[in-house]
Ligand binder design. Structure first.
Ligand SMILES: *[C@@H]1O[C@H](CO)[C@@H](O)[C@H](O)[C@H]1NC(C)=O
Ligand SMILES: *[C@@H]1O[C@H](CO)[C@@H](O)[C@H](O)[C@H]1NC(C)=O
Ligand SMILES: *[C@@H]1O[C@H](CO)[C@@H](O)[C@H](O)[C@H]1NC(C)=O
Ligand SMILES: *[C@@H]1O[C@H](CO)[C@@H](O)[C@H](O)[C@H]1NC(C)=O
Ligand SMILES: *[C@@H]1O[C@H](CO)[C@@H](O)[C@H](O)[C@H]1NC(C)=O
Length: 443
């Protein structure tokens, strides 16, 4: 077969097939003017437009390869198996051109609980070309084969994109992640030079080309989609790195004026947290058993109880700030004089049971950042972290003949108490806080 083709090339003028394969005709919505839905979106649009001239060189610092032309791509295999046609194909030296001639039709940068980026990018005509090699059977009867240059024009493409936005209130910067792109187009025009040996039989191929074009397109898109997605995601994140969100969309004025404006609210929230702690039996509340190795021996701690958790309170000024669709709360909270008690069995040179361990934790302070979405009326805790862990005094009684292990035992008990208290505050304490933030009306 193949040698027959080469023979025919000599005599036949190269035969090109040029046929439209309508694939996803759609009525595209008009583009918006301006394309950005707010000032941040407008900045992103402007910055993306600004990099257009350098797309042919790529942006090596951001790991963005040259995008126009994009390629040559690695060899791309495709396979068609429909009733009219079975075909295996391979593309090589594939290059995508005119990608940089995009238009940003719309870009929505939506803050709030939805936190999403939506993109609508249009490309009037971009071209994929390279070298193809196919072999197949049409209508279970006619061999379809050939190799040569090919080109595939994609007309009126619309690339829709979606990504999640995460906003870090401390750094005041946003970034996007999980960007995905979907492409639709009006028309594909596939030219495969010299298919079937540059000779006749074009009617057969005419009938088949609209089976081939979308498969070739999908195979190529499968390769370029991740390249474009990561270029766009990296590019947009680089732009966002430079934008302090609240500089642009703060609704309230200077912070100084508002310092302390969250005090009343946090007092109510902490009251509610404290009463949740009491009503759910957490003051005093149980602490897990533990077995400690203190070098000279081991101690089994049981019957642990923590008291005082329900005295958590605001510590200093709390501030409320509005950014876009959110209300942010920044506060310090603290709890003092927590009491921990355990019974223990201590084993060293002998075994002593009925050992009494008690401890006092002077103070634990935490920093809280929470956020309330004005649209969905839901609260989220962005941060609830321990910023200060005060002195722990441990008292151990009943060691009897094991009195000599007091010091090493007290050391490991101190570590255990630190861990247990931190853990309880950051899990159980945080759960109660979440409930209280949901239940207390935000200012
Ligand atoms: C592309 O494929 C053709 C036909 O198989 C081959 O002659 C050519 O060397 C290939 N080019 C590359 C860069 O692999
Ligand atoms: C952007 O938001 C507007 C208004 O909510 C909406 O009509 C439009 O479809 C959105 N654009 C994209 C690309 O999702
Ligand atoms: C195929 O494409 C290559 C690269 O564009 C070009 O150099 C070559 O002349 C083309 N071959 C034919 C037969 O047109
Ligand atoms: C970042 O912002 C600074 C100051 O506004 C500006 O000078 C710089 O060019 C910006 N960089 C980028 C990559 O936009
Ligand atoms: C803790 O230890 C005590 C004494 O050994 C035992 O009775 C109790 O069941 C243990 N509790 C758990 C949750 O393992």
């Amino acid at each position: 077969m193949k040698s027959l083709i080469s023979g025919m090339v000599v005599v036949a003028v190269m035969m090109a097939l040029l046929l439209p394969a309508v694939s996803s005709a759609q009525a595209l919505e008009e583009c918006q003017d301006p394309p950005g839905n707010n000032e941040i979106a407008a900045l992103i649009v402007k910055a993306v437009e600004a990099v257009r001239p350098i797309l042919s060189n790529g942006i090596p610092e951001l790991g963005i390869p040259p995008l126009d032309p994009l390629g040559p791509l690695p060899n791309i295999a495709f396979h068609i198996d429909v009733p009219r046609l079975r075909m295996d194909g391979l593309l090589n030296e594939t290059v995508v051109r005119h990608i940089s001639e995009f238009i940003i039709c719309q870009l929505n940068f939506t803050l709030g609980i939805t936190e999403k980026l939506e993109l609508d990018i249009r490309l009037e005509d971009f071209r994929i070309d390279g070298y193809y090699d196919v072999d197949g059977l049409a209508l279970s009867l006619f061999p379809v084969f050939g190799n040569g240059n090919f080109s595939l024009d994609v007309y009126e493409a619309a690339v829709g994109g979606g990504a999640k936005i995460s906003y870090n209130p401390l750094s005041d910067h946003a970034s996007i992640k999980d960007l995905h792109l979907d492409i639709n187009f009006d028309r594909l025009v596939l030219v495969m030079e010299c298919i079937l040996g540059c000779g006749d039989m074009s009617d057969l191929i005419n009938g088949l080309i609209d089976e081939i074009a979308p498969v070739v397109f999908d195979a190529v898109w499968g390769v370029i989609d991740p390249i474009l997605t990561s270029a766009l995601e990296n590019g947009i994140n680089d732009i966002l790195k430079n934008i302090s969100i609240s500089d642009i969309i703060t609704l309230t004025q200077t912070k100084e004026k508002d310092i302390g404006n969250g005090n009343g609210f946090v007092d109510l929230v902490m009251e509610s947290v404290d009463s949740h702690i009491v009503s759910s039996g957490m003051d005093p509340g149980p602490v897990p058993n533990a077995t400690l190795n203190f070098g000279l021996g081991t101690a089994a701690l049981y019957g642990g109880q923590l008291s005082g958790l329900s005295t958590m309170h605001r510590d200093g000024l709390a501030t409320i700030d509005k950014v876009a669709d959110w209300v942010f709360l920044y506060a310090n909270v603290a709890v003092e004089n927590l009491q921990m008690e355990y019974d223990a069995v201590v084993k060293a040179t002998s075994e002593v049971s009925g050992v009494q361990i008690s401890a006092n934790v002077e103070r634990v302070a935490l920093y809280l950042v929470a956020r309330y979405d004005l649209y969905t009326n839901t609260a989220d805790i962005d941060q609830f972290i321990i910023t200060e862990f005060g002195k722990i005094d441990v008292n151990i009684e009943g060691l009897g003949v094991l009195g000599y292990v007091l010091e090493p035992l007290a050391d490991v008990v101190t570590n255990l108490i630190h861990e247990d208290v931190a853990n309880i505050l950051e899990t159980t304490g945080k759960e109660y806080l979440q409930e209280a933030l949901n239940e207390t009306p935000w200012p």
